[in-house]
Design a protein around this ligand. Structure first.
Ligand code: ATP
Ligand code: MG
Length: 275
């Protein structure tokens, strides 16, 4: 089975190592969750996989071929699409034109097939194709952003903060689309600050904090043992040497969700937001 394998990836930003020795496997046909609080290094990792930042050192390999250090367009052509955090549409262009813009580097035949395939996954967009992006709802905009990444018919897609700024009811409408992507054979890395949605979809899960992977295991274990997740989130801002998630020495790991600090509660529940 096809796999995207990150091995020992480090990323430096502003003279600091913000991603440290990260090893993650993303299998085809599954959703893999990457969770972590603000500043954990999730977006830096995504940008490094996409070739916008350079992993130094570290390997990003797709079925044995090395992608680390390649240019973003080469990485996309190899089958890895990234949806960067906070991606915006061109507000005055229609849905169709926003999707067309995303195909500019593709050969004509591939562009047509890619657009068709991307739109198939979003039947809700069918009636909105001629509408300017600025008049779409937040959820519809996120669908167009995902469609833009899918036009290259990627084998792997990395989605940085799917639910950012969206109301839970809107996020719920995106869940079947992510499921359909994985069922069609695409390997999905779903990056989220809030655990509920990602753990509901994922088979495997990773928790990152302070640039380091604190948990690697199954999503179901993390669903069943929320204190594993809470303790990783509570390490935020800690200057002490970092214990592993679930380590008995972790500071103030809550025994029950009721005793969790506000930051830990936020790990489970998205804030109210508009869609
Ligand atoms: N352009 C930049 N230059 C220097 N340092 C940066 C830059 N962008 C982010 N950082 C730092 O890199 C670290 C990791 O940030 P990153 O954005 O990757 O985290 P994140 O997990 O995506 O957080 P969030 O959940 O807030 O999106 C932080 O300490 C941040 O301050
Ligand atoms: Mg981020």
């Amino acid at each position: 089975m096809s796999e995207l394998v990150l091995d020992g990836v480090c990323v430096e930003r502003g003279g600091r190592t913000v991603v440290k020795d990260v090893t993650i496997t993303v299998p085809a046909g599954q959703v893999t969750a990457l969770l972590g609080p603000n500043g954990a290094g999730k977006s830096s990792l995504v940008l490094a996989i996409g070739g916008v930042l350079r992993p130094r050192p570290g390997s990003v390999s797709l079925d044995g071929s090395e992608l680390a250090g390649k240019r973003p367009e080469k990485i996309r052509a190899a089958g890895v699409a990234i949806v960067p955090e906070g991606r915006r549409l061109l507000p005055d262009l229609t849905v169709d034109d926003n999707i067309r813009v995303a195909t500019y580097a593709l050969p004509a035949a591939g562009a047509l097939a890619g657009r068709k395939r991307a739109l198939e996954l979003f039947p809700a967009l069918e009636k909105r194709r001629g509408v300017p992006a600025r008049s779409l709802s937040g959820g519809e905009q996120q669908m167009v952003v995902l469609a833009q990444a899918l036009v290259s018919q990627p084998k792997f897609i990395l989605i940085d903060e799917l639910s950012l700024g969206l109301a839970p009811v809107v996020v719920n409408r995106l869940i079947p689309v992510i499921r359909a992507m994985a069922d069609s054979g695409i390997g999905v890395l779903l990056i989220e600050q809030f655990a509920t949605v990602a753990l509901g979809l994922a088979t495997s899960a990773y928790v990152m904090e302070g640039g380091v992977i604190r948990y690697a295991g199954t999503a179901s274990e993390l669903r069943d043992k929320p204190d594993l997740l809470h303790s990783a989130y509570l390490l935020r801002g800690s200057t002490a040497a970092a214990p592993a998630a679930g380590d008995a020495a972790a500071p103030a790991a809550p025994a029950t969700p009721g005793t969790a600090a506000p930051g830990a509660a936020a790990a489970q529940t998205p804030p109210p937001a508009s869609g």
